[in-house]
Design a protein around this ligand. Structure first.
Ligand SMILES: [Zn+2]
Length: 364
């Protein structure tokens, strides 16, 4: 195991150095992954979408058009960071560097897992998806590959979860609302109607709508973020138009179309949908989840922790495709922040759990 963990750490370091914050960095990371997988006898299929490369690797009796039993999903893109964050280093059992935790170490461990299956000339049908754009536009990678027909019984996205199993995540509805008012001279505001004030009033009304009152055992409620406000030109004028951008994260079981209808009922001048994403809700007693939980208990020594995520990940595309999926990854801290690291020991635990889980799946 130690040798494998060292190999994963080295691979993770080369991904960190690739600085996959843009197309050229992602391309470099994807080339590293491709040659690494090929050198271990893994069959690799390449795809490209909107100038970004991606890989699907297969082991066992399966190809791009066949259904895999288990699909592992990793993104090689990372969020931007300071120059020194792209120079990885180890200290005190931790591997530091941008993307170490989100989620290059998990992706490298998934590659190692798949390579070990290829060497066993096993009959497991396992696929690995390495995608280029989870942080910015998951539809270019995971969404695109699923539309191309890649499919599976169950998928694991190696997002940072500290070895917890994320079985739920909120849906996304991002919108822009235009609100109008009546222009007037700034010295006589009572003759006008301030569009910014109207927009703020509308925002407060939205926060009180029925959809915002929903809650579940996982979540206190949906969230609403007033992300952007654009209005006003001259300081001596009452603004007559205001555009606000709202980021709404809704609960599994809610429908974004119904939420939009509630908002429409408040009669803004116009509504523009910027983006939507399906919520994820996998049954804690789903047979695949139970097998994963057993593997987690075996290697961590304690019962699996089930968690619910506030943010969305590529699991939303699996949800839309009807494939049950969870987020599950190693232990670390500070993803998207400074001092991001992954705990080296947990990489070994993560790898053992993945291998054990796949073995259980094949026997099941
Ligand atoms: Zn991530």
């Amino acid at each position: 195991m130690l040798r494998e963990v060292q190999e994963i750490v080295e691979l993770t370091k080369s991904f960190i150095r690739a600085k996959a914050i843009d197309a050229s960095g992602v391309t470099q990371a994807m080339e590293i992954a491709e040659s690494w997988l090929k050198s271990r006898g893994v069959r690799v299929y390449k795809e490209r979408n909107q100038g970004l490369p991606m890989i699907v690797a297969f082991v066992g009796p399966t190809g791009p058009q066949d259904r895999a039993k288990v699909l592992l999903n990793g993104h090689l893109d990372v969020v931007p960071g300071k120059p020194e964050q792209f120079e990885p280093y180890e200290s005190g059992g931790k591997l530091f560097g941008r993307g170490s935790y989100d989620m290059l170490a998990a992706a490298a461990a998934m590659m190692n897992c798949v390579a070990s299956l290829a060497n066993k000339s096993s009959s497991q049908a396992v696929a690995l998806m390495l995608v280029p754009s989870e942080e910015t536009a998951g539809e270019i990678g995971t969404g695109f590959l699923l539309q191309k027909g890649v499919t599976a019984d169950f998928a694991i996205c190696g997002e940072p979860t500290n070895l917890g199993i994320a079985i739920q995540s909120k849906g996304v509805l991002q919108i822009e609302l235009e609100v109008s008012g009546k222009a007037a001279h700034g010295s006589r505001p009572w003759e006008g109607e301030n569009a910014i004030e109207n927009a703020l009033h509308l925002y407060k009304q939205i926060a009180e709508l029925p959809f915002m009152q929903a809650h579940s055992s996982c979540y206190n409620g949906p969230s609403l973020n007033l992300a952007r406000i654009a209005a006003g030109d001259a300081i001596n004028r009452v603004p007559d138009k205001c555009v606000i951008a709202l980021d709404i994260r809704y609960l599994p079981g809610q429908q974004w179309q119904a939420i939009l209808e509630e908002i429409r009922g408040l009669a803004p001048s116009s509504i523009k949908v910027i983006s939507t994403g399906a919520p994820v809700c996998v049954d804690q007693n789903d047979p695949h989840v139970l097998l994963l939980a057993q593997a987690v208990q075996k290697y961590t020594g304690s019962p699996a922790r089930f968690i619910c995520q506030h943010g969305a990940a590529d699991t939303r595309f699996f949800a839309e495709a009807g494939i049950p999926s969870v987020e599950f990854g190693p232990v670390g801290r500070n993803h998207h922040g400074e001092g991001e690291y992954v705990e080296v020991n947990s990489i070994g635990t993560f790898l053992s759990i993945l291998k054990d889980f796949i073995e259980r799946e094949v026997k099941a």
